[in-house]
Design a protein around this ligand. Structure first.
Ligand code: AMP
Ligand code: GLY
Length: 427
């Protein structure tokens, strides 16, 4: 098979590495990819949302399957674009169509979906510019902290948590009246604050059957002790000990089954990943958010634990035979540390020479924001590399990951030194 992977981060690097190992993979392309994917596959300089160019490239190169890494092409309807064209429709897309991608593309859609299918989530109400005053009154009925969510995609910045009523009122006004997040905040969901520990659960579905992948915990804030600005993710670990069999049974019966059944009932044809962000509130799972793709950096700890052939699993989605696929999951623990450019998630420099990559032992180096510049690999993004360590327990996997991270350097490298420490403290 000839396969095209869309995206350029650590998640897409892991997909590239896994799929390259499959005996059925003939030609492998990544658009646009990074310096690491260029070593295993062929990078193509195309934007993942430039459907016209992707379609042309796919036809010229006899592409059989497109694996979509990030959410934007899915929310913009890449699947519908291919399925609606006689020449393109035989190309299998890994990811849902536009209707299913609304689970991530619209917070209001996701909340009403959960409400309709009795899936546990925080109580909520939605407001727009013309109902701003009702929104301000609604805030007065809630207790702090206040959770405000821009309805649409806002690059991970659309959720604002306010400690007191005046800041919540100011934020709501900025979002609705002043269009702080542009079209994404035309509508705002205000929801009840849930207190607990978060974890990410990943499901792959062919629309009929589903398989649950290993759960993971990610670390979203830039600073140690979960402080500072939100980022795309600074590290992750899998498995998560508190997500034991008893908790996961609740997740499956109260959340996963109703989600897959709900999509069917709503006649939404869904083939791809469902990433469920959960809060464990006193032993009960509540959905914080759905994403319609894998997580980054969660993929860097989830997929290394999947021993089965990923391409064979992907292929089975088309014929809705996912139930016949083998899912062998390693018992080992994986931990990943994301190495970022100084200044990220705000402004940062690019083009710094990365040294020490070849000295990393006992850990996997996953490229993200990297580029090749003559004979050197240089930084080309905020999140530059993810270093994953594997071990029999969390301690060993963290040791391996940090030993690997310590070997790598560039001018303004930064990473958190406390990934996994909160989970070790629970053990
Ligand atoms: P989201 O973009 O929906 O993942 O939200 C970003 C972060 O905000 C989540 O990872 C949570 O830490 C936090 N968050 C979102 N919704 C809630 C809620 N209802 N209660 C508490 N924290 C929340
Ligand atoms: N790490 C969170 C995400 O991929 O959305």
């Amino acid at each position: 098979m000839n396969i095209l992977i869309l995206g350029s981060g650590g998640r897409e690097y892991v997909f590239t590495e896994k799929i390259a190992k499959s005996t059925e993979c003939k030609k492998l392309f990544v658009a646009p990819g990074n310096a690491g994917t260029a070593q295993i596959a062929e990078n193509i300089n195309l934007s993942p949302t430039d459907f016209k160019s992707i379609a042309k490239f796919s036809l010229e190169n006899n592409i059989d399957m497109i694996v979509v890494g990030p959410e934007a092409p899915l929310v913009e309807g890449i699947r519908d674009y291919f399925e609606g064209d006689e020449k393109l429709k035989q190309i299998q897309i890994i990811g849902p169509g536009k209707a299913g991608a609304e689970l991530e593309g619209s917070k209001e859609f996701a909340k009403s979906f959960m409400h309709r299918h009795n899936i546990p989530t925080a109580a909520y109400s939605t407001f727009n510019k013309s109902t701003l005053s009702e929104g301000l009154s609604y805030l007065q009925t809630l207790k702090p902290p206040y959770v405000l969510k821009a309805d649409g995609l806002a690059g991970g910045k659309g959720v604002v948590i306010c400690e007191n009523l005046p800041t919540a009122e100011k934020s709501l006004t900025e979002m609705l009246r002043d269009e702080k997040f542009g079209a994404a905040s035309e509508k705002v969901v205000i929801e009840e604050f849930l207190s607990g520990i978060e974890l990410s659960v990943f499901v792959l579905t062919d629309g009929e059957n589903y398989k649950i992948l290993p759960a993971a915990k990610d670390y979203k804030r830039i600073g140690e002790g979960d402080t500072g600005l939100n980022t795309g993710g600074m590290g992750a670990v899998s498995p998560v000990k508190f997500a034991d069999a008893n908790f996961m049974e609740k997740v499956e019966s109260k959340i996963i089954k109703p989600t897959v059944d709900g999509l069917k009932k709503d006649k939404i044809d869904y083939q791809g990943f469902i990433f469920i962000g959960l809060m464990n509130v006193g032993g009960e799972p509540y959905v914080i958010e759905y994403n319609v793709r894998m997580g980054d950096p969660e993929t860097q700890v989830v997929l290394p634990r999947l021993k089965s052939d990923l391409l064979s699993i992907f292929k089975s989605l088309k014929s809705q035979e996912l139930n016949k696929e083998e899912f062998i999951i390693s018992e080992q623990t994986a931990a990943t540390i994301v190495l970022v450019a100084g200044g990220y998630p705000e402004s940062y420099e690019k083009g710094k020479v990365i040294k020490g990559l070849e000295d990393v032992e006992n850990a996997k180096v996953y490229h993200a924001g990297t580029a090749q510049n003559d004979n050197e690999i240089v930084t080309a993004g905020g999140r530059v590399l993810a270093i994953t360590g594997i071990g029999d327990d969390l301690n060993i996997s963290l040791k391996n990951a940090y030993a690997g991270a310590n070997k790598v350097c560039w001018d303004d490298i930064y990473y958190r030194k406390d990934i996994g420490q909160d989970l070790l403290a629970l053990e």
